[in-house]
Design a protein around this ligand. Structure first.
Ligand code: GLU
Length: 479
């Protein structure tokens, strides 16, 4: 049974890189019928906050990345981390180190002054066993260090293939500080063993931790998980994504009107390709297409334009029953209509959304575009007026003609409208656009909209005619 985990440190918001890692873990678990667990790595008490933990829960839930079992809080497992450190001490895989941090700092500075890289020289490992016992019993402060064996540490990474580190480059790492608190690498391994994690899938910045962790697994007598390290997410300038690039918190995108379906889809393509040129996918499609082979070893770029495009694609294709309530909320938030008014005109609202969703990039954008369809008066865009009503007397004449033709229609349908308005244009020796463009500004106040007949149908005869009447009193057109 595949068991994976997402293990964020709650020291900030949920970063898009973290969300991508969470998503890949989740997809892997869903694909293989496994379990996706969440562990909050809150051992750094000074930097961990409840607010950040809440932001992580919220972000994951918003993305639809639900986890199995209770959330594990690393900080609650310190006693086990300590037990594991002591077990390593007893088995001889670790030793007590009485060197103080001041002494270590001095030796490090000394090595640096000689342009040598600092390695712990194992002097405490050479101490006489009786002396060690005696100093420890007397309460002399000390850390517990893991003795890195000779040789190489290698693994087959799911993303990068074979990776090998010479152990001589790995310092004997402290696993328990002198105050008894565990060091990160020990806590992670201890928790992953306890949680029966089979696959550790995380960001590339952890590659250098992996050989240390593998050595700890072995020393603790535990089976190794499979490791995968996902490449960094870069900004469009090729540098690692950071606040300099703008919004990097998942929550920021929620605020910008990006939908979770689009965000998930976009994040999935940061380091994975389903093959071919397939890009737009639902979560269910991503699960069915997800495979190890599709994981990419090269860094991917976070491109806001692509995210907006992805959002527009989802907006266009998602089921109306999912989209409508969200748009309704957004329209209500703009203040142009109440929830009660909208629910009383459900079919009309659906038609409006169907028309606008192919032209909008976000839900907020869609809600904004819906404004001219509500309310008694039209707000005119000055540029649209100047451009489309340039010749005031011709515009007046055309609008008057359009009004009469529309009023006379026996039925309020697109075919009849088209015939009437085209006939009017022809009679004036003009192209149809010369009637439609000024009329669009009359009806909606803006120069761009869905097809004219759709707009007329949506507004209905009375409101369409009333809007023409109102436009004829506009200072630009009033004679
Ligand atoms: N807590 C680590 C982080 O936030 C992740 C550790 C892991 O996945 O092993 O980067």
């Amino acid at each position: 049974m595949v068991r994976v985990r997402f293990a964020p440190s709650p020291t900030g918001y949920l970063h898009v890189g973290g969300a991508r890692t969470a998503l890949f873990n989740w997809l892997y678990a869903r694909k293989l019928g496994g379990q996706f667990l969440l562990r909050i790595e809150d051992t750094d008490k000074a930097r961990s906050t409840d607010e950040s933990t809440r932001a992580i829960y919220h972000g994951l839930t918003w993305l639809g990345l639900t986890w199995e079992e209770d959330v594990v809080h690393q900080g609650a497992n310190v006693a086990r981390h300590q037990r594991d450190a002591h077990a390593l001490l007893e088995s001889g895989a670790a030793y007590r180190c009485f060197c103080t941090s001041a002494e270590l700092d001095a030796r490090r500075a000394d090595a640096e002054s000689r342009k040598e890289s600092f390695r712990y020289d194992r002097r405490c490992d050479l101490l006489d066993a009786a002396e060690v016992e005696q100093r420890a019993a007397a309460g002399a402060p000390h850390t517990i260090r893991f003795r890195v064996p000779d040789g190489h540490t290698a693994w087959t990474d799911m993303v990068h293939g074979e990776i090998s580190f010479p152990n001589k480059d790995i310092d004997d790492l402290v696993i328990l500080r002198s105050d008894g608190t565990p060091i990160y690498n020990l806590a992670v391994v201890s928790d992953d063993i306890d949680m029966r994690i089979t696959h550790v899938l995380r960001g590339e910045d952890h590659i250098s931790n992996t050989p240390k962790q593998i050595l700890l697994y072995r020393a603790l007598g535990a089976a190794l998980p499979v490791f995968a390290h996902f490449p960094n997410v870069l900004g469009t300038d090729g540098k690692k994504l950071s606040k300099r690039h703008g919004a990097t918190a998942v929550g920021d995108y929620e605020g910008l009107g990006i939908m979770p379906e689009a965000m998930c889809n976009f994040l999935a393509l940061l380091g994975w390709s389903p093959g071919g040129d397939r890009e737009v996918m639902t979560q269910a499609e991503m699960i069915s297409l997800f495979s190890e082979e599709g994981l990419l070893a090269k860094a991917s770029v976070f491109d806001m334009k692509k995210l907006e495009w992805m959002n527009a694609q989802h907006l266009m294709h998602m089921p109306m029953e999912v989209l409508t309530p969200r748009v309704v909320d957004a329209i209500v938030a703009t203040g142009v209509a109440t929830a009660v008014e909208l629910s009383a005109n459900e079919a009309w609202v659906c038609t409006l959304i169907e028309l606008l969703r192919v032209r909008a990039r976000t839900i907020d954008d869609l809600a904004k575009q819906s404004a001219p369809y509500f309310g008694a008066t039209v707000t005119f865009d000055a540029d649209a007026v100047a451009k489309q009503w340039k010749d005031a007397s011709l515009t007046r004449k055309l609008l008057g003609g359009a009004r009469a033709a529309l009023e006379a229609l026996p039925t309020w349908d697109a075919a009849a409208m088209e015939l009437a308005l085209r006939g009017l244009a022809e009679a004036e020796g003009l192209g149809a656009g010369k009637v439609m463009q000024p009329l669009r500004v009359v009806l909606l106040g803006v120069a761009a909209s869905p097809g004219m007949f759709d707009v007329l149908l949506l507004l209905g005869r009375d409101r369409s005619l009333a809007r023409i009447d109102a436009a004829l009193t506009h200072p630009h057109l009033a004679a």
